[in-house]
Design a protein around this ligand. Structure first.
Ligand SMILES: [Fe+2]
Ligand SMILES: [Fe+2]
Length: 412
């Protein structure tokens, strides 16, 4: 109060006019205090009553200014909190997606990192076909969000398809089911021979040579069934050509009798899966995988992005499009594919190629990854200008140093 103030400063408060500062809710948020009214000659006098109104209106203006200031500050803080929350939420979803598959750990974060490195390099380029491209702060943020959410649709992809290691795998690998079935077929076959032997013996006309002929025929047949199963097992992984598919067809068409009913060695669905020529996915499963970009759009489109970020859903959906129109989901070509998606596509492919933690293969050498990208450029799949900038910039060596194993880095 004035007493303490006077004591500490030597000032003498003689007259005083005090008005409370009230906000729109009529809460007192401060006090306007005038001290020591003076005459023209500097003599301290009491405040006259006519000042009270003037000061009261000053006080109300000061209260409005103070309140505004506080609201703006609170709004800024609230916005920052929401932004941080949104960012953290996006990262949680990325974690959830990557939890689904041991094949893609860290993919999303690295794609986002690489995407922004390329975007920055484009902004900084002062020569070449991309020298005039400059993404604004808002556009960079839009691209960053699209990168973090590009695979968000994978949240809906069935887990067994994401990680399908063999052709017969659904929730579990059905090869063991087939193994049991073929063992049953062997037992049924042996049974049939035993019955024939029993018939001969009971009729009293089974001589030694006839019986051993039956044994040999049984052994041959059982061996054949074993070989057929081994062939089926070999089809569960790896390449298939026309001859192998034809042989598989023959085996599938054979039947065994159980409870008086004929059953095929392989069901049509098993045959379809086993005759996949390359990889493990049937056409239908491949479509389900490819559908993740449609799902990405379906998930992102309803979100009320502010105007400056309105293209996030489109940029994310278009990351598997190819310049020649052979990509998915829409088959866009050339300039129909936004620049942002073309950046994202290169980051996505390069990360997938060079990831050092894929359980199914050794980490790829940097030079090989660059070669593959080069072929994709020649095939008119990826943007040649972004590719050229990407391989000639310092991005490669920086990214390689930070995200790849030293053994992978065999090029600059
Ligand atoms: Fe994708
Ligand atoms: Fe991806």
């Amino acid at each position: 109060g004035p007493k303490n103030y006077d004591a500490s400063t030597g000032y003498k408060s003689k007259s005083m006019l005090v008005t409370p500062l009230k906000n729109h809710k009529n809460e007192i948020i401060g006090v306007l205090q005038l001290l020591n009214a003076q005459t023209e000659t500097g003599e301290v006098i009491p405040f006259s009553a006519e000042y009270e109104n003037l000061v009261a209106s000053l006080a109300s203006q000061a209260a409005v200014a103070l309140t505004n200031n506080r609201l703006i500050w609170e709004l800024k803080e609230a916005l920052q909190t929401i932004k941080a929350l949104f960012d953290a939420f996006i990262k949680s979803i990325a974690t959830a997606i990557e939890e689904k598959s041991s094949y893609t750990g860290g993919h999303i974060e690295r794609v986002a990192k690489l995407t922004m490195m390329i975007a920055k390099a484009i902004n900084e380029s002062s020569e070449g076909p991309l020298k005039d491209v400059c993404l604004s702060e808002d556009e960079l943020e839009e691209l960053r969000l699209a990168a973090w959410m590009h695979d968000i649709g994978k949240i809906t992809t069935p887990q067994y398809i994401m990680d399908k290691a063999t052709k017969l795998e659904t929730i579990f690998d059905r090869i063991h089911m087939l193994e049991t079935r073929f063992q049953l077929i062997v037992s049924l076959t042996e049974n049939a021979y035993l019955h024939r032997k029993l018939g001969l013996l009971q009729g009293g006309n089974g001589d030694e040579s006839e019986l051993s002929q039956l044994d040999a025929a049984c052994a041959r047949e059982v061996q054949g069934i074993g070989e057929e199963f081994e062939f089926v097992r070999s089809c569960n992984k790896g390449f298939m050509d026309g001859d192998k598919i034809a042989h598989l067809r023959e085996i599938a068409n054979k039947t065994y009798i159980l409870d008086g009913q004929a059953h095929p060695y392989l069901t049509e669905e098993e045959f379809t899966n086993l005759s996949v020529r390359k990889g493990t996915l049937t056409d239908e499963e491949r479509k389900t995988i490819e559908n993740h970009v449609v799902m990405t759009w379906d998930i992102l489109y309803p979100l009320p992005f502010p105007h400056a970020l309105a293209n996030v859903p489109d940029y994310a959906r278009e990351h598997h499009e190819k310049l020649d129109g052979s990509g998915y989901p829409r088959g866009l070509s050339g300039k129909e594919i936004p620049l942002q998606s073309r950046i994202l596509a290169i980051a996505d492919i390069f990360e997938a190629l060079t990831a050092r933690d894929r359980p199914y293969r050794d980490p790829m050498k940097l030079s090989k990854a660059i070669d593959i990208l080069k072929f994709m450029k020649q095939d008119n799949h990826i943007d040649p200008n972004i590719y050229d900038l990407f391989v000639s910039s310092s991005i490669l060596s920086k990214y390689a140093r930070e995200e790849m194993n030293p053994e992978q880095i065999d090029a600059e």
